[in-house]
Design a protein around this ligand. Structure first.
Ligand code: FAD
Ligand code: UDP
Length: 371
């Protein structure tokens, strides 16, 4: 055996585990089928702008251990996410806060806003059973219709009545003029891009890119004592129990010869008709400046389109509804029977993990494994 660990996937889970294993004196090989490291957090510099190639990523956490960990690999800027919702040309502040309520209803005080929500949530009695009921019960029907329904159905390709309630609970609802999208003590974007942060985690570790584990699985397995697998769990078992559902995302990137396209990093198109879910203007993650602090004359935007995953696409979001939950539990049973393999990360565990949760999970697993 040449290596102690073969790590399949150089995303955050794989990179953190690899770093910890190397630190513990283990020999490690990381492989990834993509031509680049960093998985979905990969960034690439275009026109002096760090472009988030697989979707906008804003780091946020309440976990001090995770924050102390990531800041060893990168310095973070003070970016605070405050997306704008565009509903047929009407602009609203997100997440749901006093600016949103004022624009929607003309209410001025928190008391008036609370009364409006209270009046509209009456239609939901009992515990909300799905995303639609949960959304109406949180912010009322008007906001549900204009800012949630269309966006959610585009993003998930499913009716809001068929989606789990927890998805909408990710968003804060506030009776203050605070439009920070996250309730997190720590937030920011790594200066130099996520790519640099992950490269620092993988410093000194052997990496092979453009290599699919399944093209030579037996050979790879023979190279290491143990495998850490961060790809889709159903793919590992050759979809033998059926396919888990994922949402995929496609990005249309454009370089524009103008300094400012939309004045904000993220604008969500919350109507049903606009085919994209959101437009990201990457330079605003770094306040429109290049690495020397100069203003950038051009801008790069990405239109994000959501679609159902099919073989050959990149899986992005696990669809954590009931059917998939049951099927995942069956795959997990198979996984537990496998020897010398750890399944980790968003795809390996089929969980709607944010970056901080993936890092925390990898650190916990590494501690357990490497003690
Ligand atoms: P991944 O990054 O998916 O890494 C898995 C890697 O395994 C990939 O590089 C893949 O190529 C490789 N792989 C898979 N199969 C094989 C194989 N057979 N052989 C070789 N390699 C293989 N989180 C936040 O905290 N904030 C955000 O703002 C945020 N925004 C997001 C926006 C989008 C559009 C998406 C999709 C996710 C977002 N997330 C965000 C979540 C974040 O991307 C994940 O939590 C994190 O990147 C997961 O890391 P991972 O290592 O589990 O998976
Ligand atoms: N959402 C919405 N309107 C918006 C933004 C989000 O209805 O303008 C809903 C949508 O269902 C989404 C969920 O809120 O899936 C969680 O949003 P978040 O931004 O956390 O999703 P992410 O893209 O980060 O996974």
């Amino acid at each position: 055996m040449k290596y102690d660990y073969l790590i399949v996937g150089s995303g955050l889970y794989g990179a953190v585990f690899a770093h910890e294993a190397k630190k513990a004196g283990k020999s490690v090989l990381v492989i990834d089928k993509r031509p680049n490291i960093a998985g979905n957090v990969y960034t690439e510099e275009i026109e002096g702008i760090n472009v988030h190639k697989y979707g906008a990523h804003i780091f946020h956490t309440n976990n001090k251990e995770v924050w102390d960990y990531v800041t060893k690999f990168a310095e973070f800027n003070r970016f605070t996410n405050s997306p704008v919702a565009n509903y047929k040309g009407e602009l609203y502040s997100l997440p749901f806060n006093m600016y949103t309520f004022n624009k929607m209803w003309g209410v001025v005080t928190p008391e008036e806003a609370a009364a409006k929500i209270e009046e509209q949530r009456k239609e939901i009695t009992g515990e909300p059973k799905n995303l639609e009921e949960q959304a109406i019960s949180l912010v009322g029907r008007d906001i549900y219709e204009k800012l949630i329904k269309g966006y959610t159905e585009k993003q998930w390709g499913r009716d809001c009545k068929e989606l789990p309630a927890f998805i909408i609970k990710r968003l804060p609802v506030r009776l203050t003029f605070d439009n920070n999208y996250f309730n997190a003590l720590y937030q920011g974007i790594p200066i130099g891009g996520y790519i640099q942060m992950v490269a620092n985690m993988l410093d000194g570790i052997e990496i092979r890119l453009g290599v699919d584990y399944f093209d030579n699985k037996a050979e790879f397995d023979a190279m290491a004592e143990k495998v850490v697998y961060t790809g889709p769990i159903d793919a590992y078992f050759n979809f033998s129990l059926g396919t888990l559902e994922y949402r995929s995302v496609r990005f249309e990137n454009e370089i524009l010869d103008q300094p400012n396209f939309q004045g904000n990093a993220a604008v969500n198109y919350t109507d049903r008709e606009t085919p994209w879910t959101r437009i990201i203007e990457h330079k605003w993650f770094e306040f429109g400046k290049d690495k020397n602090g100069s203003d950038l004359p051009k801008t790069v935007i990405s239109r994000e389109y959501s679609s159902e995953w099919k073989p050959g696409d990149d899986p992005y979001y696990p669809v954590n509804d009931e059917r998939n939950g049951v099927l995942y539990a069956e795959y997990k049973k198979l996984a537990e029977k496998e020897k010398n393999i750890i399944f980790g990360g968003r795809l390996g565990e089929y969980k709607y993990y944010d970056m901080d949760a993936v890092i925390a999970a990898a650190l916990t697993k590494a501690k357990e494994e490497l003690q």
